[in-house]
Design a protein around this ligand. Structure first.
Ligand SMILES: CC(=O)N[C@H]1[C@@H](OP(=O)(O)OP(=O)(O)OC[C@H]2O[C@@H](n3ccc(=O)[nH]c3=O)[C@H](O)[C@@H]2O)O[C@H](CO)[C@@H](O)[C@@H]1O
Ligand SMILES: C=C(OP(=O)(O)O)C(=O)O
Length: 421
């Protein structure tokens, strides 16, 4: 087990390069099994979720190798089934995409129920509704194994009862070879939906409308290999933006798509941060005392739920009151108990937090309860007085590449300490 030890009080300065988007890469990698041919995926983030997918694909028989630090070659030509035997599928959320991709390619697939961040109930009823609408039978065993199987997949019209990123992508994957046209209504519009659709189209699929709430998929007969570059991680970029604000810093964030960051940029400007955008990079700098603001997380293009936790830490380090409403995840404030140990003054329920800003957080020992909670605790540690120790940082490694090196390059005093068990 490792932990991070952070000495607070440094203003971030310098430049950080953003990696490929976790939530796009973890959809695109499973989607490669739809094609017979080799795919080269570039700008793959070096995170543990990707390592788990590499293991899963290898286990089911795909030929997977890293060509260099950020490019992955995947050839699933010789794959004959998509049955995930062991517990790897429980280690990450995105293993659910092997259901859609396996169903699409082999008309059947089997995984255990997915894992992922503990942020409340995370049902997959909309994924199942979509698979069934295409003609599949879905069975979940008492042990938590999901089996999907179809004699034939036929395009259909599917209206999602809730806007779901996972269900939108999974139905797209399952429908790629379905006979006729599939229409997903009330689809999610996140940039990774568009990226996955672009990847599928690069292999020869016919997906239109990704990025709007109606996606149309015309079934095709075959897909072939391609080379594709994953978009930059807007959640990683947003994390460094918020860290720059919290530490009163001045940094350049490189390799981004500023458009994807608009909801975050707008809030940070409203608070008083200076932001200059230049093509694929931005400078974000502290100009004047930041003002508290209210936030509500919403599906894209609203403020992303995956940045709610870092933002709550920033708000709790300011003077004044703010309200954060969680409009996407079912229960994403549990980590607040950890920042309260550092002196934050926050009342919260499952969906709502009232923050009485206190610009005095104090270092102590805290536990990363999930991926973004871990990132939020790093930011808390950077602004706190004294030393902060963050345990259970394996959650952070699921989704942030080289995080301590990137923060160290910005001047932060952070180190990873390996603990003897
Ligand atoms: C690997 C990945 O891309 N993870 C992201 C994905 O998770 P994930 O795909 O799990 O999130 P969804 O968009 O599906 O979930 C959004 C909301 O819809 C509900 N819901 C979802 C599906 C369903 O069948 N039934 C249902 O009720 C969920 O409980 C949740 O409250 O989108 C979330 C919302 O942007 C992000 O926080 C995660 O980082
Ligand atoms: C919730 C997240 O991840 P996952 O869905 O993979 O658990 C996240 O990336 O913030």
């Amino acid at each position: 087990m490792s932990k991070f030890v952070i000495e607070g009080g440094t203003k971030l300065k310098g430049k950080v390069n953003i990696g490929g988007f976790k939530n796009a890469a973890v959809a695109i990698i499973p989607a490669t099994i739809l094609c017979q041919g080799k795919c080269i995926i570039q700008n793959v983030p070096r995170i543990n979720d990707v390592n788990v997918l590499e293991e899963i694909l290898t286990e089911i028989g795909a030929d997977v190798e890293f060509l260099d630090d950020m490019s992955m070659s995947i050839d699933a030509t010789d794959l004959h089934s998509c049955y995930l035997k062991n517990g790897l599928s429980k280690k990450i959320r995105a293993s659910y995409y092997l259901l859609g991709a396996g169903l699409g390619r082999f008309k059947k697939a089997s995984t255990l129920l997915p894992g992922g961040c503990a942020i409340g109930e995370r049902p997959i009823d909309q994924h199942i509704k979509g698979f069934e609408a295409l003609g599949a039978k879905v069975d979940i065993t008492p042990e938590g194994r999901i089996n999907v199987q179809a004699d034939k997949l036929i395009g259909n019209r599917i209206y999602l009862d809730v806007v779901s990123v996972g269900a939108t992508i999974n139905i797209m994957l399952a429908a790629i070879y379905a006979e006729g046209k599939t229409v997903i209504e009330n689809a999610a519009k996140e940039p990774h939906i568009v990226d996955t659709a672009n990847f599928l189209n690069s292999m020869g699929a016919d997906v239109k409308g990704a990025g709007t709430d109606v996606i149309k998929i015309n079934g095709v007969k075959e897909l072939s290999g391609c080379t594709y570059r994953v978009i930059p991680d807007q959640i990683e970029a947003g994390t460094y933006m918020i860290a720059a604000a919290a530490t009163k810093g001045d940094i350049i964030i490189d390799d981004i798509i500023p458009k994807h960051l608009e909801p975050v940029t707008a809030k940070l400007k409203e608070m008083g941060m200076g932001i200059e955008e230049y093509g694929d990079s931005m400078r974000i700098f502290y100009e004047r005392e930041l003002e508290p603001v209210n936030i509500q997380t919403l599906p894209y293009p609203g403020f992303p739920t995956d940045l709610q936790q870092p933002m709550t830490v920033l708000l709790s380090s300011l003077n004044g009151e703010s309200i954060v409403v969680e409009g996407v995840s079912e229960d994403r404030f549990k980590y607040v108990n950890e920042i309260k140990k550092m002196g934050a003054n926050i009342d919260f329920t499952k969906k709502h937090a009232k923050i009485e800003g206190t610009n005095k957080l104090m270092g102590t020992v805290v536990q990363a309860t999930d991926l973004r909670a871990g990132a939020a605790l790093i930011i808390a540690g950077l602004v706190a007085e004294g030393l902060t120790e963050i345990t259970d940082i394996y959650h952070i490694d699921r989704g942030y590449e080289h995080i301590e090196n990137k923060f160290m390059n910005l001047g932060a005093k952070i180190r990873r300490v390996k603990e003897e068990i």
